[in-house]
Design a protein around this ligand. Structure first.
Ligand code: DAH
Length: 341
C-alpha cells in the first residue's frame, strides 16, 4: 500500500525536475498538459482514488491535492518569469539609436565668430590684448584725463599691484600701434570689466569688439561706410546708421553709433523704446594726441576707431531679454543654440 504513496512522491520529484528544466513556453505548455491538463497525470491519479485500499485513500487524496496545488502554482510562477524575461529579450532593433547629449558653442562665441568673419572679409585682422591692463595703456595712452570717471575705483577694478581689469578693449589699439606701422586694420574682441551690479542689462563683465583703421588719408566717411556695411551684414540690407556727436577721450571728433531699429524698421517699438533707433557703441577719428603717443605722425596718418558690445548685439539678434542668461550656464538656455539631446 505504501507503493501508491511512493509512486506519488516519485511523480512529484519528476514534476520538480521537469519544471526546473522548462526554459520556454513550449516546455511549460507540455508540462502543464502532462501534469495538470484535463487528461494529465494528476487527473488520472484522482480517478484511481476510488480503487485504492480504504486505509490510504485519505492520505493519498490529501497529498494528491497538495501536489496539484503545488504544480499549478509552480507553472504559474514559471509563466510569470517567462513574461518578465521577454521584456528584456524583446528588443526592437529597428528603433533609431539614442544619441549622446551633444553640446554647442556658447551664444557669445557664435556672435563673436560672426562679427569676426564679417570684419575679416573686409580686410581686418583679429587681435587680442590682456584683460589685466596697466593704467598707462588703459588711460594715459588713450588720452584719458585725470578727472575722467572711468579712472574712479568705484567704476573700475584695481588690483593690489596697481594694474586694472580693463574697462574697455580700446587699449588694444595702443598695443597694436606700438608694435606696427600703418596701414593698420584690426578688430579686437574680448572681455572687459566694470564695477556694475548685475541686472537684466548690466554685468560686471561683458565683451566688446574694438575696431581700428589707420593709414594715409583715412576719413570719417570710411568709418561710416565700414560701420554701415557691418550692420547690414548683421541686421539686413535695409538697416541705417546714425552718428550722434559725443565725447570720448581718444577720438576727435567722436560719435555714438545708432542703428535703425531692425524690429520695427525705425517706426518705433518696445525694443527701441519707441525711438526707432538703437544705440550700438562709440566711434570717432583717432585723436592726434594718441597717434603722437605711439609715434605715428598725425600729419601723415589719420585713423578711425569704434567699439561695440558683443552681448548687446547677441541680446538683440537672439531676442534675449536678460544679459545674465549668458553667464549662468543654464543648460536649458545654452542648448537652444544648436545643442542636441
Ligand atoms: N571704449 C568705449 C567704451 O567702452 C567705446 C569706444 C568709443 C571705442 C569710441 C572706440 C571709440 O574705439 O572710438 O565706451
Amino acid at each position: 500500500m505504501q507503493d501508491h504513496l511512493k509512486q506519488l512522491s516519485d511523480h512529484l520529484k519528476q514534476f520538480k525536475k521537469r519544471a526546473s528544466d522548462s526554459i520556454n513556453r513550449d516546455d511549460l505548455e507540455k508540462l502543464r498538459v502532462e501534469f495538470i491538463g484535463r487528461k494529465g497525470l494528476i487527473a488520472s491519479l484522482f480517478k484511481q482514488i476510488g480503487s485504492l485500499p480504504p486505509e490510504i485513500k485519505g492520505r493519498f487524496g490529501q497529498e494528491l491535492n497538495a501536489f496539484k496545488q503545488y504544480a499549478q502554482e509552480r507553472i504559474d510562477s514559471i509563466s510569470r518569469e517567462l513574461d518578465s524575461d521577454s521584456g528584456t529579450t524583446d528588443i526592437d532593433v529597428t528603433l533609431p539609436a539614442r544619441l549622446p547629449l551633444l553640446g554647442t558653442l556658447h551664444p557669445l562665441t557664435l556672435m563673436e565668430r560672426e562679427i569676426k568673419s564679417i570684419f575679416s572679409k573686409m580686410g581686418f585682422t583679429i587681435e587680442r590684448g590682456p584683460e589685466v591692463e596697466d593704467t598707462w595703456h588703459l588711460f594715459d595712452a588713450l588720452n584719458t584725463p585725470e578727472w575722467h570717471p572711468s579712472r574712479d575705483p568705484s567704476d573700475t577694478f584695481y588690483l593690489e599691484d596697481g594694474s586694472v581689469l580693463r574697462t574697455e578693449t580700446s587699449p588694444v589699439q595702443i598695443r597694436v600701434m606700438q608694435e606696427r606701422k600703418p596701414p593698420i586694420r584690426i578688430v579686437a574682441p574680448g572681455r572687459v570689466f566694470r564695477n556694475d551690479k548685475p541686472d537684466a542689462t548690466h554685468s560686471p563683465f561683458f565683451s566688446q569688439l574694438e575696431g581700428l583703421y589707420v593709414d594715409k588719408g583715412v576719413t570719417f566717411s570710411d568709418l561710416k561706410g565700414t560701420v554701415l556695411e557691418f550692420y547690414k551684414h548683421i541686421f539686413g540690407k535695409s538697416v541705417k546708421t546714425r552718428f550722434r556727436p559725443h565725447f570720448f577721450p581718444f577720438t576727435e571728433p567722436s560719435a555714438e553709433v545708432d542703428v535703425s531699429c531692425p524690429f520695427c524698421n525705425g517706426k518705433g517699438c518696445r525694443i527701441c523704446k519707441r525711438t526707432g533707433w538703437i544705440e550700438m557703441g562709440g566711434s570717432g577719428m583717432v585723436d592726434p594726441n594718441v597717434l603722437n603717443i605711439v609715434n605715428i605722425d598725425p600729419e601723415i596718418y589719420t585713423g578711425w576707431a569704434f567699439g561695440l558690445g558683443i552681448e548687446r548685439l547677441a541680446l538683440l539678434l537672439y531676442g534675449i531679454d536678460d544679459i545674465r542668461l549668458f553667464f549662468e550656464n543654464d543648460i536649458r538656455f545654452l542648448m537652444q543654440f544648436g545643442g542636441r539631446r
